[in-house]
Design a protein around this ligand. Structure first.
Ligand code: NAD
Length: 366
């Protein structure tokens, strides 16, 4: 008899609601594994505040090495309440968030994928919703994560008696080519449209960006490419988000546009994300934080983490069918009226449920 395929997954439950939402994502993965006949091997790792409490630092080198030995990392969220948590009395490089920046850098996670999908069932929560609530869109932002302005040289000096600060933005063609490839490959698994966003009317980095994206497009004749200036893109996201499939852009533009795109879905507890390196390895986590205000109360919405687990199956393990199955189960739970507290709006026949109940409902629909 053939051996079952085994997926090796490092799990960082993290802080706040992290352990609650990761527990539900694991439940859903376990049900999916039973249905599609594969095995799961989890390795629990500490990061963020949970690691500070044990090791005095937010991420140890040993944890990075253990993460590397797996096919992917599934993460909840890290951090606490900055006003009350002792973690925030430490130096900035020892605080929980420093662990996240370090793991991204150490694992070479240069591509951040953030889908913004408005479920028709939740269109009432979308601030752009039509009067009849009929809005629905499905786009994905591919953001360059390890280059550009955030990683360039910077300094503050006094020039002519005035305090003067300088940041620099640098991209080389290889950094652009690899993120462009990620965008085209991702578009092939979707509706085959890429919009490359830049500021090529002003910036040299953007002119190089546009040229290299054009060159890369030659290898993907089946994918339609267009270019858009970032200011126009910010406007188009609000005016007509339906026009987009995959948006690819540099680090800072992506930072801003991905937050804008997530807000137009109206529900922070629904948004998944993936950070990938040049191999199939990735770190998968919800876009939201550790929500210390509701931690330990079984109130959190686990859907963003469950959808992150679906992205993990699709991008790191190439299991399209199993990923689709999880996404459909989430949609069915919403269609049948199940809502965690954050999603409870006006509507008929809505069934309020806890974090663990939502996980259970989604498992039943796998
Ligand atoms: P947050 O996203 O944790 O919470 C913002 C609001 O959204 C809160 O009212 C919270 O209750 C609610 N919320 C968030 N996720 C929810 C969910 N799944 N279900 C229901 N409600 C949810 O943002 P914050 O309060 O600014 O940050 C709290 C902590 O999280 C900070 O320490 C911050 O640094 C950290 N953080 C971590 C990550 C990460 O781990 N990648 C990302 C962002 C913030």
């Amino acid at each position: 008899m053939a051996e079952k395929k085994t997926l090796n997954i490092a799990v960082i439950a993290g802080d706040g609601i992290g352990p609650e939402i990761v527990r539900e994502a694991r439940k859903v993965l376990d049900h999916t594994a039973a249905k599609y006949d594969f095995a799961l091997q989890y390795t629990d790792l500490l990061m963020g505040g949970a690691s500070i409490d044990v090791h005095g630092v937010p991420l140890t080198d040993e944890t990075i090495e253990k993460a590397r030995e797996n096919g992917a990392v599934l993460m909840g969220s890290i951090g606490g309440d900055a006003a009350t948590s002792p973690w925030y009395r430490l130096a900035p490089n020892l605080r929980p968030e420093a662990g996240l920046l370090k793991i991204r850098k150490e694992l070479g996670l240069f591509a951040n994928l953030r889908p913004a999908y408005l479920y028709p069932e939740l269109s009432g929560a979308c601030p752009l919703s039509n009067k009849d609530g009929s809005r629905s869109f499905d786009l994905l932002i591919v953001r360059e994560l390890t280059g550009g302005l955030y990683f360039g040289a910077r300094h503050t000096e006094t020039v002519n008696g005035l305090r003067t600060a300088t940041d620099t933005m640098t991209y080389n063609e290889e950094e652009i080519r690899r993120i462009a490839r990620t965008a085209f490959e991702t578009a092939r698994k979707r509706r085959k449209k890429v919009t490359s966003v830049d500021k090529a009317n002003v910036l040299d980095t953007s002119r190089l960006w546009r040229a290299v994206v054009e060159e890369t497009a030659a290898d993907y004749p089946d994918v339609e490419l267009s270019h858009m200036l970032v200011d126009n893109c910010a406007m188009q996201l609000v005016r007509n988000p339906e026009q987009f499939d995959v948006i690819v852009t540099e680090n800072m533009f992506g930072d801003i546009l991905s937050d804008e795109a997530s807000m137009i879905t109206g529900s922070i507890g629904m948004l998944s994300s993936a950070s990938l390196n040049e191999t199939s390895f990735g770190l998968y986590e919800p876009s939201h934080g550790s929500a210390p205000d509701i931690a330990g109360k079984n109130l959190a919405n686990p859907i963003a983490t469950i959808l992150s687990a679906a992205m993990m199956l699709r991008y790191s393990f190439d299991m399209e069918e199993a990923a689709d199955c999880i996404e459909k189960a989430v949609q069915k739970a919403l269609r049948d009226g199940y809502r965690t507290a954050d999603l409870m709006g006006a509507g008929e026949n809505l069934k309020r449920c806890s974090c663990s109940e939502m996980g259970g409902v989604i498992c039943n629909y796998i």
